[in-house]
Design a protein around this ligand. Sequence first.
Ligand SMILES: NC(=O)c1ccc[n+]([C@@H]2O[C@H](COP(=O)([O-])OP(=O)(O)OC[C@H]3O[C@@H](n4cnc5c(N)ncnc54)[C@H](OP(=O)(O)O)[C@@H]3O)[C@@H](O)[C@H]2O)c1
Length: 324
Amino acid sequence: MRVLVVGGTRFIGRHTVKELLRRDHEVALFHRGQTPNPFGDRVTELLGDRQDRGSVERALEGQRFDGVVDIAYAWSSRTGAREVSHMVDALTPPPERYVYLSSVSVYGDGPLPLREDGRRDPSLGAYSEDKIAAEDYLFEQQKRGRLSVSMVRPPFVYGPWNDIPRETWLWDRILADRPVILPDEGRTLFQWAAARDVAWGLAECLQNPEADGQAFNIAEAEPVTHAEFIDRLARVAGKPVEKLPVSRKRIHELGGSSMGSSMYFGATLDAETDFSVSIEKAQKILGFRPTDPKEGLAEAFRWYLANDRGRMPKFTFDKKVLGR
Ligand SMILES: NC(=O)c1ccc[n+]([C@@H]2O[C@H](COP(=O)([O-])OP(=O)(O)OC[C@H]3O[C@@H](n4cnc5c(N)ncnc54)[C@H](OP(=O)(O)O)[C@@H]3O)[C@@H](O)[C@H]2O)c1
């Protein structure tokens, strides 16, 4: 298949391109060119900005694709239905399948584990709103007979090339023999997905006839508590870890935030409410088999050691909270 990847140069996209090449697809990347293409001449590069309809039209003029995997999300300017429509309208003839990387943040609260047919809730913030609007736009194109679409909805994604400070942020503390702050007692449940599994899901949805018009959660089989996750990271690193419970009230009084310099538990990882998703549908329909977390984290840790050290932080906010 000739496949267009929208994005593809940073983290999940990079795993996806690797997976598509492994499956012998011919791959073209559409991105702005602000990050380098890590695949050299194994892929074609089409440069443009998805926020700008004219730019997309110019980059895709005369190009034909059998499949599209749409990954890029522009945080500052937001990527929703309008930006997805720029891609869809510029694709003539339409591809056989348009696979969209959505997120579990489309779900509202509901019985756990959350399932694909559960209630979606756009009131949870701009990101959820954009993902739901993009999904709705694509499902509408499917209904009109214009496109065949599939959605992949992962929770927190980890793995080599992760450019969001999450597992690496926590390993920074473990490797520096620093205590890890546990919001309250660290009992909140959350769920992860290995980047290579998300890549597998996106590539599989392109080709699998059963994926037509469907959304799939792609994640590890089970959720873990915050505390258990820290233990997992420490085991993979072969180090002991001291976990120090601190009340969220105290953390927030001190100015703790989910991102930036006052981060206390890895980017956007903390939540007071439990969260888990079912992967039964992907297992049944796509034959999805999640990576063993031990194996996936070991791979991520090897990458972290080889690529992500030498910028050891000063732990300023940790010291403010813990007094040491
Ligand atoms: N990380 C998670 O835990 C998680 C969980 C669920 C869903 N997701 C989804 O994963 C996606 C992002 O993954 P990633 O960053 O790892 O993907 P990626 O495809 O590896 O990297 C982002 C790509 O988007 C391109 N890009 C950014 N803005 C663009 C624009 N305006 N026009 C064209 N290209 C643009 C970037 O290249 P240039 O900078 O060169 O343009 C880069 O190639 C998002 O859709 C996000 O919602 C992530």
